[in-house]
Design a protein around this ligand. Structure first.
Ligand code: AHR
Length: 522
């Protein structure tokens, strides 16, 4: 057989090389980091976590009790606490969610064996022995060095019950409630960093109108008193999805005075692959149509943030009130066989890509969006951690949160993306690349990039004022669209070290399909 290339085949080869390099050059995307235009501080509480009495989110997920065979310290499972410490969780929101409006704090204090057993009517109708209550929550927050966000009960509680809980937690001097706290093992008052008056008042929190809720907010918040040096940031329950009327009404009707404060308005948005609450779409074994629709739907959060901020900028031009997305993340169909009230779902590389996209959006609006809480921390919806009795795994979402740690309290830099032809699916398209950049507290320059395409790699050229020589950090990617970690194979989706060096003066980062990259630029 003659293996020598003919002149013709050589010409064809040279032509192919020239053609493909031209094609690559054409498709190179540029991300420009405007490090000369420092923006808002990215509040670390954008990385906040939500933990509700829901399914195995708290019981088994965090709390197993001192007598459990699962290794624990004072009842908290050691493996989960260790993983959460490594995540540098800045803030914990508790006890709900919908559960908050049925939670009566006195059920969860005092000797555990004497606490009442209540029915969690919101989530699965299961018994709650109230072993995890106020003291257990604060102890967990102390273990994690996290701030606390307590969600008060407006739906089925009275202003007196709410005021009494605040007194129990914060009173310094002599009072029956402060003494009860002491008798229950806590001498010093706790610091209550954030406190919300109700949750989802438009739905599970009482099916109210914005007007009705605004009046109730004023009523309850007036009596939500704490010592002067321990005044929580007060949060009003706002709207969800595309709603703006909650923000509008609350800002129009709730004055900010010394005795009545509304420091933030919360907003919720869940991403469903189908956008249909009757059939959300699956967590695993989905097609590219649902890869695409999930990412397309998640991007809508930017319109919702923008629309609400536009109202806030008119009614609160001094920017005294924050916009907190205190519930966000994916919500899939429950797996067949699971308790539908437990909202347990698997978590794939799709969730990881979506997380990067959301965080990049939150960074961009950091001036108003000073807190977000992903729903939820363990075993519920888009969780960081899944457990199965004594087993535990870290989800792809966990890994992205960890990769993004340098962005906590960093200074946001605007980025502009050019040359991105987008990710087209059928007749629709979304951006192919999502990015954000910031200067971390220790002065380093960080860049986060997401390739939204499930099968096409991208090359991204990075530009900024001054010369860039290297990029060093981590990459998360995988082959299958629904790649995930299981209890038998907990490390299938894992971040890897990522490095790139400038060549001929330009720094090009190669992003595999469906990937998240976070790098320090030098
Ligand atoms: O996160 C699950 C539920 O979703 C929360 O309890 C509620 O606030 C929202 O509807």
């Amino acid at each position: 057989m003659n293996v020598r290339p003919s002149l013709f085949s050589l010409l064809v080869y040279v032509g192919f090389v020239l053609f493909t390099s031209a094609a690559i050059a054409e498709t190179t995307i540029t991300v420009e980091v405007h490090s000369d235009q420092p923006g808002a501080t990215i509040h670390r509480n954008i990385y906040g976590q939500f933990m509700e009495h829901l399914g195995r989110g708290i019981y088994e997920g965090v709390w197993v009790g001192e007598d459990s065979k699962i290794p624990n310290k004072n009842g908290y499972r050691k493996d989960v606490v260790k993983a959460l410490k490594a995540l540098e969780v800045p803030l914990l929101r508790w006890p709900g969610g919908c559960f908050a409006d049925e939670y009566h704090w006195r059920d969860g204090v005092g000797p555990r064996d004497q606490r009442p057993v209540t029915i969690n009517t919101t989530w699965g109708g299961v018994s709650d022995d109230n072993a995890f209550g106020t003291h257990e929550f604060f102890e967990l927050a102390e273990m994690l060095d996290a701030e606390v966000y307590i969600n008060g009960n407006l739906g089925t509680g009275t202003p007196r019950e709410m005021a009494a809980w605040l007194e129990y937690m914060t009173a310094e001097g002599e009072s029956t409630l402060a003494n009860l706290r002491r008798a229950n093992g806590r001498d010093k008052p706790w610091k209550v960093d954030y406190f919300a008056i109700g949750n989802e008042a438009w739905g599970c929190g009482g099916t109210m109108t914005p007007d009705y809720y605004a009046n109730l907010y004023k009523h309850y918040a007036t009596f939500a008193k704490t010592p002067e040096n321990n005044r929580p940031i007060m949060i009003a329950s706002g709207g969800h999805t595309e709603q703006t009327e909650w923000t509008q009404t609350l800002l129009e009707q709730v004055p900010n005075t010394w005795s009545l404060r509304m420091n933030a308005i919360s907003h919720h948005y869940y991403t469903l692959p189908t956008g249909d609450w009757d059939k959300h779409g699956r967590a695993l074994a989905f097609g590219e149509n649902e890869w695409f629709s999930t990412l397309k739907n998640t991007l809508r959060i930017e319109e919702f943030i923008k629309a609400n901020i536009a109202i806030m900028d008119k009614l609160d031009p001094e920017k005294k009130v924050g916009f907190y997305v205190d519930e966000w993340g994916t919500w899939y169909d429950v797996e067949p066989g699971d308790n539908p009230g437990f909202l347990y779902q698997q978590n794939t590389i799709r969730d990881a890509v979506l997380t990067g996209m959301n965080l990049n959006i939150f960074h961009q609006y950091a001036e108003r969006v000073q807190m977000t809480n992903i729903a939820q921390m363990v075993n519920v919806l888009q969780a960081m951690i899944l457990t199965d009795k004594e087993k535990m795994l870290l989800t792809p979402t966990y890994h992205v949160f960890k990769m993004y740690i340098p962005f906590q309290d960093a200074t946001a830099y605007p980025v502009s993306i050019s040359g991105d032809k987008g990710y087209r699916f059928g007749e629709e398209s979304i951006p192919g690349i999502s990015a954000s950049a910031a200067k971390s507290k220790d002065g380093k320059l960080w860049l986060a990039l997401v390739n939204t395409h499930p099968s096409e790699a991208k090359s991204v050229s990075i530009a900024t004022a001054g010369k860039l020589r290297t990029a060093k950090g981590q990459l998360l990617t995988s082959a299958a669209m629904d790649a995930h970690n299981t209890f038998d194979s907990p490390e299938s989706v894992q971040p890897k070290e990522y490095k790139a060096k400038a060549k001929d003066g330009s720094l090009i980062l190669d992003l595999p399909a469906k990937s998240v990259v976070v790098v320090e630029l030098k």
